[in-house]
Structures are given as C-alpha cells and as structure tokens.
Write a protein that binds this ligand. Structure first.
Ligand SMILES: [Zn+2]
Length: 286
C-alpha cells in the first residue's frame, strides 16, 4: 500500500479542507485540528524538501509538543555530504541549543563512570545517546509515529482507550535484528514520492495491520542512522505483554506531557549495548 503520494489535484488548499477541523490524530480527538502535521516533519529532510503524504490533522498543543523532538531527530539522523548540508546541520544544531539547553552537550559528553571512550583508531569519538535528554526526545519522536501511522493505516485517530508503544534503535536495521519474526509480517518498504522524485534514501517505512485494524505496526528507517518501531492498539491493555512494557505505553494526549501514561516496568530505559552511535564524523562543530 502506498500511503499519501499526492497528484496535481491534491494542492495545499485541498489538504487544508480535508485536515483542518478534524479530530486531532494525537489526542483521540479531544481537540479539533487547527494545524496540518507532517510525520516525519519537514525539518528531517534535506533542505526541508519533503514530498506530500503522511499528513495528519493535529491540534496546536499536540503539534507543538513534539517540535523539539523533531528538530533533534533531524540532527541525530543527518548525514551531510556537501558543504550546504553541513551548513544546514550547523543551523539545526544551533536550533537545538536554543530550545533545549543541555541536549547537545549530553550528546557529546561521556559520563566518566562508563570508563574509556570506545574510540576506533583515527576516528572521532562516537555520540553518547543513552543520556536522559537524548532518550526523552527520541522516545517522544518514536511514540508520535505510532499515533500518526495508526491514523494513516486506519483513517481515524487512535481512540481514547488505545495506546502506542514506540522504540528507537541506533541502527537502520535495529528492528529487523531484534524482531525478525515481526518483520516477516511487514509489507515491502515504501517512501514518500512526488512524481518520480522520492526520498527513499532519507526515509522508508514498512507496515503491518491486523485484519480488524486493532493492532498496527510500523518500522521506520531514517537514512542509515536510526530506525523506529511503532505499535498501536485500539485497546492499550493488549500492549502490556509486548516487550514486557519495558518502554512504556503512550495514551492519546500523552505527547503533550512528554511521558507515557503507563510507565515502563522491569528496568526499561536504553539497552547498554546501544549507548553509543557514530562515529560523529558527520557532526561539524564539536
Ligand atoms: Zn491533539
């Protein structure tokens, strides 16, 4: 299934007509949408060149709640190839510094109790991604995908009883490695496209839905940097047994508070083996 797309007749005016005044995709329609939300956000794409598709009705509160997370995800996943790309990344990083104090510092700082930094000879040190601020923002980004993809796959917002489980991996094939059986159920990877132009090298996703659309699962890959797993269920109790609730379960509206209603049990947090990402060769101003 190709979601979105958008031919010549689907102009912005039409999109507005279709999405504004609808139940918000992220808070179970507790508020009506006053904005069009793009998932992933435009800022994630080089030069903000994003084909149409995967647009969602969003209230202002839910839309705003994740904008810092989206900006940070743009930084985390950038792989600049040209001087223009480097300049764009530098601006994005400054944007993160201006909006979330301490976040960039956390990415570049190693807690001394972790021991020697695992630096390969001749390589810059990797990024430290297991800090609380990094994890908070990336987890929020992954959870948002769960609500968005539920809307994309079912055509309606996740209901008030529903829940989302969102995970992020510091590798493009993290979900494939950890959940090989789930991945066998998934459809072929697809992307956003406008005519013959696609962003397949920047963004790809695969989905699976149960017959009754009560359970929906998506795996998202952003460049060669990260992958996300987003599972939504119309009854969030059915998610309790998934991954032993190590990552928490998000109810509609939780994005605004920035934490899942059902908090993680059994340790949770970030797996020790995924503490680092990189090397940070692509990040210009260390
Ligand atoms: Zn909302």
């Amino acid at each position: 299934m190709v979601l979105g797309g958008g031919g010549p007749s689907s102009g912005r005016g039409r999109l507005k007509d279709r999405l504004i005044g609808q139940p918000c995709a992220y808070c179970a329609g507790a508020r009506v949408s006053t904005t069009i939300d793009h998932m992933p956000a435009k800022v994630v794409f080089l030069g903000k060149h994003r084909p149409r598709g995967l647009e969602f009705p969003s209230c202002e509160e839910c839309n705003k709640a994740t904008s810092n997370a989206e900006l940070f995800a743009a930084v985390m996943t950038r792989e600049p190839a040209t001087p223009e790309d480097v300049e764009e990344l530098r601006k994005l990083m400054q944007g993160v510094r201006d909006t979330v104090p301490g976040l960039m510092e956390e990415l570049f700082a190693y807690p001394p109790w972790l021991g020697p930094i695992p630096v390969a000879l001749g390589q810059p040190p990797p990024l430290y991604v297991a800090g609380p601020l990094v994890h908070h923002h990336m987890r929020l980004f992954a959870a948002k995908f769960g609500f968005a993809m539920h809307h994309a796959l079912t055509g309606v917002p996740l209901s008030a009883m529903g829940g989302v489980l969102g995970r992020w991996f510091t590798e493009p094939d993290g979900a494939h490695r950890e959940l090989p059986n789930t991945m066998k159920l998934m459809g072929l990877p697809t992307t956003l496209a406008q005519g013959v132009k696609t962003v397949r090298d920047q963004f790809e996703y695969q989905t699976y839905s149960s017959k009754t659309l009560e359970l929906n699962c998506s795996v998202i890959r952003i460049r060669k940097s990260i992958s996300l797993l987003a599972v939504s269920a119309t009854d969030r109790r059915s998610l309790f047994k998934v991954n032993n609730n190590k990552w928490g379960i998000w109810a509609p509206g939780d994005l605004v508070a920035g934490i899942p209603s059902v908090t993680p049990t059994g340790g949770g947090g970030f797996p020790a083996q995924q503490r680092f990402m990189g090397p940070a060769a692509s990040v210009p101003d260390r």
